[in-house]
Write a protein that binds this ligand. Structure first.
Ligand code: KE4
Length: 434
């Protein structure tokens, strides 16, 4: 059976005539999987449906936001009600302060938070604030980490950049990129060297506390605490990019798991429940340097709009239940252990990783602790496996350099469906690649 179906092919061809690459975000183009994605028309719970009425268990979940699954009833009801009172006012509204209070109560490092419309805006703004507060220019990031598409962060970037083999980007002047130093993840010695090379000029170190944009790579023991100590010693700010991990790996984000307190935290995805919301925040003394109180400017027409805030409140409200994240992590562990067993049964060397309801896999005999190792993984074998899974109705990220996500809507039916498909996909991988 041709994949994708004819209606998806026709719809995508029409999109390609009027949208660059047919997509509004490059990774959706499936370049690493033949470049013809199914066109999705609906989602409910753990499932999505494409234009040819083919159904998939979804582990992309819009790249992380949908922690309750698609069309979460409470979130949809809240959005409908808010929309009926007006879509946006460009003025203070109760919901933004309510969500801000909830976010600050959840994250120990946050006394104040500013809402924006994407993770990109969150990290871009957080780093501008860090530069303003320290009066320094340099930013240290990590190879394979992705913090959105702000010019100075498209340096050795992961996610879609790594997927397309474009870790840097055309259009970013060398002078912009020169203010960013990128070093290997989990390598504190390399961070020491970056500080030595730019002594007294590093404004911030920005890190995904769990890296989800080079595949899933966990922080080595002591890595995050080591960054905290180096930043304290050097007078730089530590910025946790929790756009992916925030409210997903734990109620208070990975910082409540690892016990390391960043100076600024960036959020997105889950905090908006599927609507466009980003956020960044930290201590009041730092945040008061933002306009209108301070000299650091940042703004946004639709930032904190009542409909998106309503979605965030409903989504977080439903995630606040006791044991919610533990149950999600437990289900994810059952899935990952099932996949691990099937990979072994079919003699496939696969490295699995999990952080709460995020999980990932590399076709590799070596452990993957940073981007160079991820890039050495067998992406041809990955493509065979991933294509076989999608053709059997299991929707995995169309890139070896992304994380997978589970939701509260994933249950036994989805587990059985996924493991059945994985057995056949590992068998095909073994047949074609040995
Ligand atoms: P957005 O601007 O895409 O909302 O967020 C940027 C961003 C920032 N920080 C982290 C840790 C992120 O993972 C992201 C965005 N994640 C990718 C998926 N890995 C978004 C998918 C896409 O680009 O379409």
């Amino acid at each position: 059976m041709a994949f994708p179906g004819p209606r998806s092919r026709a719809l995508f061809a029409a999109a390609q005539r009027v949208i660059p690459g047919g997509v509004n975000s490059p990774v959706r183009a499936w370049k690493r999987l033949g470049g013809r994605p199914p066109v999705v028309v609906a989602g409910k719970g753990a499932w999505i449906v494409d234009a040819d009425r083919r159904r998939y268990v979804d582990y992309v979940l819009s790249w992380g936001p949908l922690i309750h699954g698609h069309a979460h009833p409470a979130t949809v009801r809240a959005v409908r009600a808010a929309a009926g009172r007006g879509l946006s006012f460009g003025a203070p509204c109760p919901a933004e302060a309510e969500l801000a209070a909830l976010v600050c109560a959840a994250l120990p490092s946050m006394e104040q938070v500013r809402f924006v419309n994407s993770g990109t805006e969150a990290t871009m703004s957080a780093l501008r604030l860090a530069r303003a507060a320290t009066r320094r220019a340099m930013v240290v990031k990590f190879d394979g980490c992705y913090h959105g598409h702000a010019d100075h962060l498209l340096v050795a970037a992961g996610s879609g950049c790594a997927t397309l083999g474009q870790p840097d980007s055309a259009g970013v002047p060398a002078s912009f990129a020169a203010k960013t130093a990128s070093v290997p993840y989990n390598d504190l010695a390399a961070v020491e060297q970056a500080f030595a090379a730019h002594r007294g000029d590093v404004a911030a170190v920005i890190v995904e506390p769990v890296a989800g944009n080079m595949g899933l790579v966990l922080p080595a023991p002591g890595f995050l605490a080591g960054l905290r100590a180096l930043c304290d010693r050097e007078g730089a700010l530590l910025v946790f990019d929790e756009v992916m991990t925030g409210f997903r790996t734990a109620w208070g984000g990975w910082q409540t798991v690892c016990g390391v307190r960043p100076d600024l935290t960036c959020l997105g995805k889950v905090v908006g429940g599927g609507l466009p919301v980003g956020a960044y925040g930290g201590a009041r003394a730092l945040m008061r340097q933002l306009a209108p109180e301070g000299p650091c400017y940042q703004a946004g027409t639709l930032s904190g709009n009542p409909v998106a805030m309503a979605a965030g409140l409903a989504c977080l409200g439903a995630a606040r239940r006791r044991g919610f994240h533990d149950r999600l992590a437990a289900w994810t562990t059952t899935l990952v252990e099932g996949l691990r067993g099937l990979a072994a049964d079919h003699r496939q060397a696969v490295q699995f990783a999990q952080a709460g309801s995020m999980w990932g896999y590399f076709f590799s005999a070596e452990a993957v602790g940073e981007y160079a190792a991820a890039a050495r993984s067998d992406t041809a074998r990955w493509a065979t496996f991933c294509a076989a899974m999608v053709e059997q109705g299991v929707y995995l990220a169309p890139s070896p350099f992304e994380a997978a996500f589970t939701s509260a809507a994933h249950g036994k039916q989805e587990l059985d469906h996924t493991l059945r498909a994985a057995g056949r996909a590992f068998a095909r991988t073994r047949r074609l690649h040995g």
